[in-house]
Write a protein that binds this ligand. Structure first.
Ligand SMILES: [Zn+2]
Length: 389
C-alpha cells in the first residue's frame, strides 16, 4: 500500500527546498499544490505574521468517505535548523544523508513525506477513513512557535499523531516544560591598561556566576544549559556588558522552578558582590558604581504527559500490533508541536520516522523505519475509522 520509492523521492524533493525557520513559504506552496491535487482543502493561518515569518501554518482538510469516524489530526513541521541551505540528499545502503556540509532536514521533511504518502495511499486504494486534518507547521525549531500560534478552532479533531521524533520503535508520550532565561550583566568600562581598578568586568561576573551553576543533566527528568554568551569590545577595555542566554527543562514543574531559581540566584549573588568607588576632584567622597543585572525569564512551552490508554496512543499501539512490529512508550528530553496541541485540548502523541543525529551535519534517515512509520500511520487511520464507525 505504501509506495516506498515514491516516499523516498518525495522526501528528497522536499529536502532540496530550503526552509529555515521563518522561511517556509516555498515548501508550503509546494505542499499546498500537492494536497489540492489529492482533493484536499488548504488554507493558511496567521501564525506567520505573528512570528515574523514568510508564511503561516498550512492547514489541510481531507474530507472523510466514512461517516461516523472521528476526525484525526496529523502534523509535521516544515522548518529546519541550519546549516540547511542547498542540501544535497543521497541514499546509500538504505540510509539517506546529506553531503556532510549541511543537516539532512529529515527533521521534519520525513514526517511530512509520511503524512503525504498516507493520504496518497488512502486515495489510491479508496480506503475508508474519517476526516483528516493536517497541520504543516512553521517555526517548530525556534520554540514551537507555529504550533504556539496555531488557530486551534480551525480543527475539529480531538486526537492526533505528530510525526517528529527519532524511531518508530518508540512512542513519545511525555515531553518536558521548558523555560528560556536571558541575563544582561552590566559592569563599568575602564581602560584595561591605565586603570583597570576603575572598572567592573561584566565578563568576570558572568563567568563566576556560570561557574557556580549546576548545568547539563540535573536529574533524570531535568536539564539545563547556557547556550549563548556575547560581550566585550576590545582587549584593552574592561567590558561593561555581557549577554547570556540559557534554558532549563523538566517534566516536573517544581524541579523546573527550582532550577530556574538556582540559575537566577547564581547571577544575583555574584552581581551583588561587585562595586567600585571612583574618586575625582568634584565629589569628595567619590562616586560608587555597582554592577547590575537585567533578566528575562520566559516559559517556552508546557510539558505534555499523554497516557498509554489515550485514544491516539491506542491507535498507534493497535496499528503496531496489527502490523507485527513493536513499540515502547518514551519520555523525551525535547519539546515538540504536540506540547501545544495537547495544551490546546487535542490529545496527541509523537511517533518517530527513523531520523537520527538530528541538528548535526551527520543527520541520517533509516529508510526501513521511515516506511514503517507510514505503514503505522496508515493502519492507525484505518483503526480510527473502525473505532469511530
Ligand atoms: Zn523536528
Amino acid at each position: 500500500m505504501i509506495d516506498k520509492n515514491r516516499m523516498t523521492e518525495h522526501a528528497m524533493e522536499l529536502i532540496r527546498i530550503d526552509s529555515l525557520s521563518r522561511m517556509e513559504r516555498e515548501v508550503a506552496l509546494r505542499l499546498e499544490k500537492e494536497m489540492k491535487g489529492l482533493g484536499a482543502e488548504c488554507f493558511y493561518d496567521d501564525a506567520g505574521e505573528k512570528v515574523g515569518g514568510d508564511v503561516g501554518n498550512l492547514i489541510v482538510k481531507l474530507e472523510g468517505n466514512k461517516s461516523g469516524a472521528p476526525p484525526l489530526l496529523l502534523s509535521a513541521h516544515m522548518d529546519t535548523v541550519g546549516p540547511g541551505e542547498g542540501i544535497k540528499p543521497r541514499v546509500e545502503n538504505g540510509v539517506m544523508k546529506s553531503d556532510g556540509t549541511t543537516i539532512l532536514g529529515s527533521d521534519d521533511k520525513s514526517g511530512i513525506a509520511v503524512i503525504v504518502e498516507v493520504i496518497r495511499a488512502l486515495k489510491e486504494k479508496n480506503i475508508p477513513h474519517g476526516d483528516i486534518e493536517i497541520a504543516f507547521t512553521i517555526c517548530e525549531e525556534i520554540g514551537l512557535l507555529g504550533a504556539k500560534h496555531i488557530d486551534i478552532n480551525k480543527f475539529r479533531s480531538k486526537h492526533g499523531i505528530v510525526l517528529d521524533s527519532s524511531t518508530p520503535a518508540r512512542l513519545v508520550l511525555k515531553c518536558p516544560s521548558a523555560a528560556k532565561m536571558e541575563f544582561l550583566v552590566h559592569g563599568l568600562e575602564a581602560h584595561a591598561g591605565l586603570c583597570p581598578e576603575n572598572g567592573i568586568s561584566a565578563i568576570e561576573i558572568a563567568s563566576r556566576a556560570i561557574s557556580q551553576m549546576r548545568l547539563g543533566r540535573i536529574d533524570d527528568i531535568t536539564t539545563a544549559n547556557i547556550g549563548i554568551i556575547e560581550g566585550g569590545r576590545a582587549t584593552n577595555i574592561v567590558p561593561n556588558l555581557v549577554h547570556v542566554v540559557g534554558e532549563a527543562r523538566s517534566h516536573n514543574e517544581e524541579k523546573l522552578d527550582s532550577q530556574i531559581g538556582h540559575m537566577r540566584g547564581c547571577f544575583h549573588d555574584t552581581v551583588s558582590k561587585y562595586e567600585v568607588t571612583l574618586h575625582d576632584d568634584l565629589s569628595a567622597g567619590g562616586v560608587t558604581y555597582t554592577a547590575r543585572l537585567d533578566e528575562k525569564i520566559e516559559r517556552t512551552y508546557d510539558r505534555m504527559d499523554v497516557p498509554l490508554t489515550s485514544v491516539p496512543a491506542k491507535l498507534v499501539t493497535g496499528a503496531v500490533n496489527n502490523l507485527g512490529y513493536s513499540i515502547a512508550p518514551h519520555t523525551s528530553g525535547g519539546g515538540c508541536d504536540a506540547n501545544f496541541f495537547n495544551k490546546m485540548g487535542v490529545e496527541c502523541v509523537n511517533l518517530g520516522t527513523g531520523m537520527y543525529e538530528l541538528h548535526t551535519v551527520n543527520e541520517y534517515l533509516v529508510l526501513e523505519e521511515f516506511y514503517r512509520a507510514a505503514e503505522i500511520v496508515l493502519e492507525a487511520v484505518k483503526l480510527n475509522t473502525v473505532n469511530g464507525g
